[in-house]
Design a protein around this ligand. Sequence first.
Ligand code: NIG
Ligand code: FE
Length: 425
Amino acid sequence: MTDGGAVRRMLLTNIGELVTNDPIDGRSGGPLGIVRDAAVLVEDGRVVWVGPAAHAPSHADEVRYEREDRRDGDEHRAAWDADVEVVDLGGRAVIPGFVDSHTHLVFGGDRAEEFAARMAGRAYEAGGIRSTVAATRAATDDELRARLRGFVGELQRQGTTTFEIKTGYGLSVADEARLARLAAEVTVEVTFLGAHVVPFEFREPDGPGADAYVDVVIGEMLEACAPYSRWVDAFCERGAFTEAQSRRVLEAGRAAGLGVRVHGNQLGEGPGVRLAVELAAASVDHCTYLTDADVAALSGSSTVATLLPGVEFSTRQPYPDARRLIDAGVTVALASDCNPGSSFTSSMPFCIAVAVRDMGMTPAEAVWASTAGGAAALRRSDVGALRPGSRADLVVLDAPSHVHLAYRPGVPLVAETWKDGVRVA
Ligand code: NIG
Ligand code: FE
């Protein structure tokens, strides 16, 4: 409620193609629940009605409004007209706001030179993370905050309305806690990733080793970060943490009330997917190298496979096979993994274009995966779709259909971004 109790009501209309991700009630729009020549009625930041513009609620609609407005005829029409802000979207396409379920947006410095060296032939290694750890530890809160706020604007301009942020570039109790605290200033989807890599001061032969570091992660560090976090994550990969170490971290996080997510199967086949499914993780992310057993395990589970096309683009590794996963019945999400090492893009449209071009996804599947799929990976039912009850988080495209997101790669098609019924970009 705003203005002393009045409902803030807005009718977005003249939408040429509306992607609802809500393929129910006999709509013929396929899995995206497409409605043509559509309208969306928003009240106080939430969607209350979606359908053909010709059937939009109006002053004549007594059913929906009689509980709060029992006046008739002209009086009712005048009240409706005064109440409802009508926004004409000029026949453009509207999709739910992107849900980027995997980013690492609190960090110092960048690694442009490492990227350039990779493009000249050097391989990607998880160890590069430590150079960002050094730059992040050296940065002040205000420096990290200013950078982070810049990224939030960047995300909004590209249509992202919900995003997750991981810690993982602090790797000391104090630094992980401050990254979690800073991330929590801009999102509720904060993930504690103390188990990103073993920091240099713990590395053998001079330091006490990975298991000693895990002791800190599941003890003091978890305690300091949990109040700011919704999730726990571990990088279960050669060069990072073993299955046993990852399990200790994830189980401790779960015992502290956090939901589980896993980085796995990025650099080679390994135990990450199996562990994620065993722990009923919300998501296992990367999934670049999968065995048939991994795919079978995922398909029988509630764990979302989150694919990160920016990583393979920026590391010149083979792309994950989305087709194989979708055909096996696995729920697939797309996310940016925005970070200075393996994928320095914050653009979901870019991820969609790559996923369609190189990962076997149709444009519709890729749009679903970057909206509803991301919401599934974050176990959120209030975002990722446009149906009654959803947050009014949406993107107006300078295009007649969602297909253009893949069809016109690199073109800035996001014309407007709306978050909770307010235009933010
Ligand atoms: O998701 N895989 C582990 N972590 C990040 C990479 C971080 C970095 O290289 O700085 C990722 O790709
Ligand atoms: Fe990541």
